[in-house]
Design a protein around this ligand. Sequence first.
Ligand code: PEP
Ligand code: MG
Length: 876
Amino acid sequence: MAKKYVYLFSEGNASMRNLLGGKGANLAEMTNLGLPVPQGFTVTTEACTKYYEDGKKISDDIVEEIYKNMAILEQINNKKFGDKKNPLLVSVRSGARVSMPGMMDTILNLGLNDDTVVGLAEATNNERFAYDSYRRFIQMFSDVVMGIDKNKFEAILDAVKEENGAKYDTDLTAENLKEVVKRYKELYKQEMGVEFPQDPKVQLLEAVKAVFRSWDNPRAIVYRRLNDIPSDWGTAVNVQTMVFGNMGNDSGTGVAFTRNPATGEKALFGEFLMNAQGEDVVAGIRTPQPISTLKDIMPEVYNQFTEIANKLENHYRDMQDIEFTIERSKLYMLQTRNGKRTAQAALKVAIDLVNEGLIDEKEAVLRVDPKQLDQLLHPMFDAEALKAAKPIAKGLPASPGAAAGKVYFTADDAVEAAKGRGEKVVLVRMETSPEDIEGMVVAQGILTGRGGMTSHAAVVARGMGTCCVAGCSAALIDENEKVMKIGDVIVKEGDYISIDGSTGNVYLGEIKTVPPSLTGNFATLMGWADRYRKLKVKANADIPRDAKVAVNFGAEGIGLCRTEHMFFAEDRIPAMREMIVSKTEEQRRNALNKLLPMQRSDFEGLFEAMGEHPVTIRLLDPPLHEFLPHEDEDIKALANEMGMAFEDLKATVESLKEFNPMLGFRGCRLAVKYPEIAEMQTRAIIEAAINVSNKLGINIEPQIMIPLIGDIKEMKYVKEIIVKAADEVLKEKNANLKYQVGTMIEVPRAALTADEIAKEAEFFSFGTNDLTQLTFAFSRDDAGKFLESYYDKKIYDFDPFAKLDQNGVGKLVEMGTKLGRQTRPDLSVGICGEHGGDPSSIEFCHKAGLDYVSCSPYRVPIARLAAAQAAIKDEK
Ligand code: PEP
Ligand code: MG
């Protein structure tokens, strides 16, 4: 049987999300639940994939299926597509597996042309409405399908408004709108060289193709990469009978959440506009009314709506984000989906749903997106500093958190300031649109002059966890002149402002921020997560301050202390340099002796911060040239400082030069050539451990880790140096402290021979940063130059340094773990590359049977939650 590419809503259900997309699956489910859904059909995500496989063409059999289903829609509605008297009109919308708000395109009122518009006017007895619908359709079709700049249409609309003294779109008469339609069609012809297409079937196919194409528009691609959405999922297309919110004052359209998406509070929350269509609410053009006022305007519709909202929430057992339209006092449901929410709301909703008996603890743990927790770990305004500050304006508290930064008025300027000059940025826009996505990503905060809580800026900022104040109408924003006026205050590009996404307040200047509190719902949910996870979570931390942050966030140890970071400090680097330029072992030992007490006190600080939690300290790793200057001028200055001849120092610098430092004289190779470095570091570690054990009356068992091992003999050689040095200290101090010597697995050869290496190594820690670059054969510092092209050409979907390449690098991790445990069944295995804080990579580590992940302190809570989710999913 031929594959089916088109499903009527009545043929699907909620479980068919991968095939029908989220929107299509939920429209089908609502149809099954007997809710008032305008009927339609879904062209599947597989049709989208096929469209791309076929070289951006819709195959004839799919076209035929679409027409066949169109005929069924005609029967259901008792209307005819393209009929002059009784025309059927449809909307065409995208809908991927997961919702990508505003990223792809929508076309409404499709099926209108010069004839059907007359029929629609007669059938509805409402000429104004018919032409209003037609002008919207022409604009949407021209913009979305043909790529004609929508501003050109806006300019015509504004001109006609001005000519007729109309303040709002709703003030335009039928005659005015006919004029708009006339000018729109002229513009279309001028731009495209042909008349606006009058054949509804042509309109429909072109629209379907446009939705398929929109899967690959630049903003969708950026959104996918930010949200780990693979490019081969494709989008479905939903073709749905139109209902009209713009039929007069007994019609309207709105969006509502069953709970507050900013706070999680259990109360219907949303906005609507009377006499408006689809995108008017979210586009932020007119400011909508709160949903509660619908109670006064249309009590019956309001009651029906709240009933349906309850039913949907209970059915999906989650907070719903619902779109509806009222056509001549009759309510229609256009969409429902699990609502996007802030992290704060996500925690509250998940915990409330458990208390309400709708879900259990494990389900609650699965409900919170680990990456989103980041929002809660970000600073808030310092209470004292805030007392002294006076808001200059107030907008809507659209996405919580606090931000202070320099004002930029365009996304491009914001990107340049943030990425180019490392500035903290607040993006200020009249309203945002999907094209602004990159500017929004780099911004500390977003401020808009127009639009409500469901405007583009608000929805996207909440998803990203970026603080946002929306609809700040007191701010007169001039994006062209790059200036904003609030009362008497003038804010120019580059001036500092501070915004509070929890209150909506806007302040002039930079207000100090403080770390967040980690109690309440956060603590409850993290407690549940800890109950179910199997992986331990440690932190990568080099100094006591970071170690304390990590413990505060729940770290169970330090998985990686990069000792070299300590050597770059101003008071240490002279001794480090002295060590590097030494000509003899004796000189080197002298210099190392100066470093010893500093290292020892560093380690004491770490051990004190961590108590009996395990601490893994890695021996020196980077190539030595990193500690020396490279320019003649700087070399001269340093030579002077060190009392050396310039030529001498220059010669040392030259001798340390490498063609590829990543593959050069670094890692354990340093210890092989200069064993005294490893000796000194070992001594510092063991002495510190003894001192702190004695001081605190605890048993510290340090773990000494060797970097970049690739061969068992290398491992054996360096381990012997460490053991000898450690035992010497223990004997001197008459102490019997236990310690372990292990290795990083970050060279492919180490993973391949892990059974041999485990004979000597007492623990493994996968250094997936190096393992990734050595497996892919590109360095992490250079990959940025070409990765963009790899994304554009769909060779890679994501950055392999951020998200573990499971098929390649992951195989080495699995193999290394398995081989290592063959030799040493109780071998402790962890990961300390950047991937240790990435949820999908953590899930992989859980499956591969690792003991722990180690990540930067701020990602510890994310890792705890991701580890719990991996365990719960595994159980299921
Ligand atoms: C690694 O390679 O994954 C690692 C943690 O070490 P570094 O990033 O310091 O090279
Ligand atoms: Mg490394």
